[in-house]
Design a protein around this ligand. Sequence first.
Ligand code: NAD
Length: 459
Amino acid sequence: MKISVIGTGYVGLVTGVSLAMIGNQVVCIGRNISKINQINKGNPPFSEPELENLLKKVTREGRLVASNQFEKEVGKSEITIIAVGTPTVDEKIDLSQIKNVSTQIGRVLNRKKNYHVVVVKSTVVPGTTEGLVAATIEKISGLKRGEFGLCMNPEFLREGCAVEDAMKPDRIVIGQLDKKSGKVVANIYKKFKCPKIFVNIKTAELIKYSANALFATMISYSNEIARIAEKVGGIDVVDVWRGVHLDNRLSPRVGSLPKKNGRYFPQFLSYIFSGCGYGGSCFPKDTKAITNFARENKIETPVLNGVVKINTSQPLRLVHLLKKTVGEIKGKKITVLGLTFKPDTDDLRESPAIPVIEELIKNKAKVSVHDPLAYLKGPRKELENLKIHYHQKIEKAVFGAEAVIIVTAWSEYKKLTPSFFIKLMKDPVIIDGRRIFSVDKFLKKGIKFQAIGYKNPLI
Ligand code: NAD
């Protein structure tokens, strides 16, 4: 099918590539001409494993092009997927990009003769697709819903494995205005053999928030338990989670599933684990958007309010642990290892590293940072106001530091040994925000070690 995808960000581009890979003809529509040229040469504007290979393939074979010719390209396509940003501004979802795109689509449909299906893939609060999107298109195009198709098809990809998620979806949720629209959307995914769930549009919108909020809840819950462990003393929260994870309801003893020591450990368990909080382009904004949506609709959400509250303060606990360990940090070199919100992505949006660095700077520390990907391709706007020293090599970042804070669980950091730090630091202090190190190994070597969910007897 001929598909136009609006937006060339993570979701737009990865969706476009995956749909082209399974035989559709895709045009990705963006606004930034240099980004469009880059995509047409097969170079993704952001880092994502496997994306470059597939993008090169589909652009070379002419199955995907990028363009800024909105009206022309939408007009030529049979189906338009909206994948623009829905940021949270002042705790509330900002739907201005969705409104603009709906207006632009309305103009095209005003002149178009053939049936056209509009699909919202962006994450939007319940009621947006049938409200704002459909109403705007109706007003501008003069058509009534039904004369054009309408679906909400939430995206579940995870940055860092977005291509794999898009090429092997667990399920495809199709919120349909009517059967005719749903059938068109199901058709573009026909090569994917996963379950396809047909629901109404508002249900599809809420499925997306419920999924993200569930994972965010598990993370904040784990961090709340970590706070108890830290305060009580003598408890390591990693042991707590080991004991919890081995419940047969969480890690079943089943035959044919992938297993370790006779148990199947679902990925879900990685969210029931303590750290310095969730970040990225989705969990923070989506939990805030849905709680605000509930508040505006006079629905109480004490659980989700707590999830957001814990997550906001969690990164600062690393600086708290640091100060408890070294005292005054003014003028001291403190090294932050990891800037991205999780490994295998260069995404800095809402990364816990940002509030950690801001707090260190507020306390007049000299901040050095290392990240394998974050600034590899040049300076980043998320960091432009932060006075920090960037390093390409971990050794240089750590050399002479008074303390090292682990914010991102990059695999290269997991390999660092106590002797690595002893060699480069005078009196090593490690604050492990992701629980990547074995406490015993570090303590045995005389390193001052603190971590989320761990009560160091030295303190
Ligand atoms: P993004 O900000 O990376 O990309 C959005 C793109 O849309 C931007 O490049 C922007 O310039 C473009 N855009 C906006 N208006 C446009 C217009 N009128 N014409 C052409 N292009 C336009 O956002 P993203 O991370 O790709 O997320 C998009 C949506 O998908 C959001 O609602 C997000 O919540 C949701 N989502 C994101 C992820 C993720 O992991 N990033 C996962 C699932 C769902």
